[in-house]
Design a binder for this molecule. Structure first.
Ligand code: MG
Length: 380
């Protein structure tokens, strides 16, 4: 099936690579959305003249300038992005950063679209809501994140009931092997130096704290309907193995590949078909290492498991508190080890409730941010 594509978060890292893959595959792009009415987006609009353009934010004057530059109709407002995602018959690549991506994910699935999901917050903050939309709309949910794409491909290749355990690989980030004392004074510059993947700022910091891996555990739980006690994390600094499954008979099956997001993006578009590669990959001849994550140095991982097991609103709280903590860390208002401490305190402050709608998730998100910001201001 060659559905046309809608790319959300088009000016971000995933969005730009998705458009590159679309070009490579010769796929039509019928929608492009981004948060800000910037010149980069205007340039994309010119490159894809058939695509509807949606912009979530921007001031009235920024919007006016943008309209003049693009010289065709533009849909404005966050509801316009959701509307674009909900136009049926498309594959929606959701590369939106942050909890703003949830509404678009739900709209895409309710319309019966294929959702190629790169927005973590959709499943972390709104897992129950997204899964309900998937059941209601009869769409498809295909992960784009490298680990989940690997697990998705492994799971579809295995007979039903054969998988015992999921093993998500983690690079370990720039602080692998450090002591807690050394991490007290870690700077944003050090934390932003990710050894294997080139990504956006928040996800790079989240990789350094292992918050990102914790969020991926929660995503895997929803995507593959596997209980938390059967999802493990293994540190693998080379990032060549993208994840593994352990089968009931003890066999471990690994998925390997280049550290290049264009590969999982392409598979999310072409599944179950395969197309020619846009990336050159040779199996590396260097050694591959595997080790257990240091749960003492990286307490965020256990916090994520705890939030996942608590269910309901807890993962949304975990996500929102982390986003505030990362911004505070990057702004020099919170130390590196303050990030998991802040998340833990916000989780303690908020009782676990059920979340059944995008609005309920947004309310939890807002309250958690409010608590987190208050704790940062009062110096956590
Ligand atoms: Mg990942």
């Amino acid at each position: 099936m060659t559905r046309p594509l809608v790319v959300l978060g088009a000016t971000g890292s995933i969005g730009l690579q998705a458009l590159e893959v679309a070009r490579h595959l010769g796929r039509a792009v019928v929608g492009i959305a981004a948060r800000r009415p910037r010149p980069e987006l205007a340039a994309l609009a010119r490159s894809w003249p058939e695509a509807a353009i949606a912009v979530a934010g921007g001031s009235p004057s920024e919007r006016e300038d943008f309209l003049a530059e693009v010289a065709r109709p533009v849909l404005f407002g966050s509801e316009a992005v959701v509307e674009l995602a909900g136009r049926p018959g498309t594959t929606v690549i959701n590369g939106v950063v942050g909890s703003a991506g949830l509404g678009a994910s739900v709209a895409a699935l309710e319309a019966g679209n294929r959702l190629a999901l790169a927005n973590k917050e959709s499943l972390v903050a709104g897992g129950p809501v997204v899964m309900a939309a998937l059941r209601r709309g009869g769409g498809e949910l295909i992960p784009v994140d490298s680990e989940h794409s690997a697990l998705f491909q492994l799971m579809e290749a295995m007979p039903g009931g054969a998988v015992n355990r999921l093993l998500l690989t983690a690079s370990g980030g720039p602080f692998r092997g450090r002591s807690p004392a050394e991490l007290e004074h870690a700077t944003p510059r050090e934390a932003l130096a990710h050894p294997t993947w080139k990504m956006g700022e928040r996800i790079t910091i989240d990789s350094a704290t292992l918050v990102n891996k914790g969020m991926e555990v929660i995503e895997a739980h929803f995507l593959f309907q596997v209980p938390y006690e059967r999802i493990d994390v293994v540190v693998h600094p080379e990032s060549v193995v993208h994840s593994l499954v352990e089968l009931t008979d003890g066999a471990l099956i690994a998925h390997m590949g280049a550290t290049d997001m264009r590969i999982p993006i392409q598979y999310a578009i072409t599944h179950p078909e395969r197309a020619g590669a846009s990336v050159d990959f040779r199996l590396p001849t260097r050694a591959l290492h595997f080790e257990d994550p240091d749960r003492e140095v990286f307490p965020a991982l256990e916090l994520a498991y705890g939030a996942g097991r608590a269910g309901g609103s807890a993962p949304a709280v975990f996500n929102a508190a982390d986003e505030v903590a990362v911004a505070a860390f990057l702004g020099g208002r919170l130390g590196f080890t303050g990030i998991p401490r802040l998340i833990e305190r916000v989780l303690e402050l908020m009782p676990v409730t059920d979340v059944g709608s995008v609005e309920e998730v947004a309310a939890v998100d807002e309250e958690a941010r409010h608590h987190a910001a208050g704790l940062v201001a009062g110096s956590c």
